[in-house]
Design a protein around this ligand. Structure first.
Ligand code: FAD
Length: 476
């Protein structure tokens, strides 16, 4: 068991001290349960807190942690509240204070000469990308939630997204971190070096730790040359197996200039037509499966387009129909479909979601077995599996039967989860590919990590957070 903090609600005097650190105008004492920051966007988690505070500097974060540790008060860090495993929401006890990082929103520096920039944790991902663009560089992390999520949240979840193929996960984009520890110590590791083997590489402890080991306050991140041109295409296919074959053709031809390769079944497009204004079918005929891919060229838009055309020619056997984006607007329309897939499932009723990964080559057989198994278990349920085929990462979501009883469907979530996770395990996969463990998968972790690995994780947690005040009940 990890160390546990106080579970009693902090008294008025202590709450007033927390509020005084940030100034009363940046504290919300005893917020309404309906406050957006107490509710996960899908409605899966609803928390309570005696106070939500918004520090405006590293010194304030440090003072908050010193006070919290002295009093055994649990602290939940929150970024853009787009996390999908409940890590950013306090529990229902009303004893955990919420620290929102959105006021740490400065881009401290951009250094095109070093291809790096230093951004504070509360900078929205879209703004970090815009700052890089303004300096003639690319910050490649891209997610459907990028208008809301923040760098601190991205790094704390080791977010993946749609450009992992070429640039890696968030972890791969970080050169250095500034972190406030549970006892208030500021660990300043904001070095922007490509090579630095001086001792243990501490940054990696905090990336993907979901706020359980420290509060990230700033990061030095890598920038890249801006591609000179991009070309996006959407293709209709008969099966994930054909999509996989096309992926290998595309990777073979475009190598690391193939920046995205996404897979979705027809039902995803049908949901978009029903619930998203202004979306047209991208291809004249309906297809069972679709791949959306993008090539980014360091040479020119013409070169990107030539690569896409070469892929379409080489993949003619796999492809039923294809459409290439001729303009940025065409490309944005294609990406709008992909980025909206989380949102368009909501009006279809209850969804049971699994963020899984398997080796890339196993995606087709995994999909075949898992889709067949869930529809046999719950007749009429609608598998909506989509995601980053090029990373072997599928969001294996299952929507309730059309017009059926959502609550009855949700009541079967443990059975459905168990079934899907067994199939994932049988294919050597992960049940937490890019969204993390948070609260929703915490009890699953010991079944997918060995006792030795769990023991080391607990030792790390205890060493960095001996009183267990950082995001208790999450991950471990
Ligand atoms: P939050 O949700 O606020 O927090 C997430 C976790 O990080 C919590 O445990 C929180 O306590 C912790 N945390 C937040 N800030 C800090 C900090 N400064 N220091 C320490 N801990 C902190 N994820 C992907 O990986 N790939 C995708 O493609 C993707 N697409 C998405 C699309 C949509 C439409 C949505 C809604 C979500 C998507 N996500 C995706 C999930 C989510 O956007 C990411 O997990 C994102 O990185 C979370 O960032 P956030 O700022 O919203 O963090």
């Amino acid at each position: 068991m990890p160390p546990m903090p106080q579970t009693e609600t902090p008294g008025h005097d202590l709450i007033a001290k927390f509020a005084a650190i940030v100034g009363d105008e940046h504290a919300v004492i005893d917020p309404e349960p309906s406050a957006p920051f107490l509710n996960e966007r899908r409605g899966m988690f609803h928390g309570r807190t005696p106070v939500m505070i918004r520090p405006g500097s590293v010194e304030e974060v440090s003072a908050i942690m010193r006070l919290a540790e002295a009093n055994g008060t649990a602290v939940v860090p929150q970024g853009g509240n787009t996390g999908l495993v409940g890590g950013q929401i306090p529990d229902e006890s009303g004893s955990q204070i919420l620290v929102a990082l959105d006021r740490l929103s400065r881009v401290r520096s951009v250094d095109p000469g070093n291809d790096s920039m230093v951004v504070e944790a509360g900078v929205r991902l879209a703004d970090a990308r815009a700052s890089a663009t303004a300096a003639g560089r690319l910050f490649p992390l891209a997610l459907g939630s990028m208008d809301a999520c923040q760098i601190g949240g991205n790094l704390s979840t080791n977010a993946g997204g749609v450009a992992v193929l070429a640039y890696g996960n968030s972890r791969d984009l970080v050169l250095g971190l500034e972190v406030v520890l549970a006892n208030g110590t500021v660990l300043n590791g904001l070095r922007a070096l490509r090579k630095d083997n001086a001792g243990y590489d501490l940054r990696h402890l905090f990336i993907g730790a979901e706020g359980t080991l420290g509060i990230i306050t700033a990061a030095a991140v890598k920038l890249f040359p801006r591609p000179k041109g991009r070309c996006t295409a959407i293709v209709g296919l008969s099966s994930p197996g054909e999509a996989l074959a096309l992926f290998h053709i595309a990777r073979g031809l475009a190598a690391f200039e193939l920046t995205s390769f996404e897979l979705m079944p027809r039902i995803c497009l049908d949901f978009c037509f029903r619930h998203l204004e202004g979306v047209d079918d991208p291809l004249p005929a309906p297809h069972r499966w679709y791949a959306l891919f993008e090539v980014s060229s360091g040479r020119s838009a013409r070169a990107a387009r030539a690569d896409v055309e070469a892929i379409l020619v080489a993949g003619a056997e796999q492809i039923e129909e294809a459409q290439t984006a001729f303009t940025d607007e065409d490309s944005a329309a294609m990406w709008r479909i992909r980025y909206s897939l989380s949102d368009v499932q909501r009006p279809e009723g209850v969804s049971i979601k699994h963020d899984i990964s398997v080796p890339i080559g196993a995606v087709p057989i995994f999909l075949e077995i898992a889709m067949d198994a869930v529809t046999k278990l719950v007749p009429g349920c609608r598998p909506v599996p989509f995601g980053h085929l090029g990373d072997g990462n599928i969001h294996f979501n299952v929507s309730q039967p059309e017009g059926g009883d959502g609550q009855a469907f949700f009541a079967r979530r443990d059975e459905i989860n168990r079934l899907v996770f067994e199939i994932v395990a049988a294919h050597g996969g992960s049940v937490a590919a890019e969204h993390g463990i948070g609260r929703s998968k915490r009890d699953l972790l010991p079944s997918v990590r060995s006792p030795a690995e769990m023991d080391v994780m607990l030792k790390v947690k205890t060493a960095l957070d001996p009183t267990g005040i950082l995001n208790p009940g999450k991950v471990l």
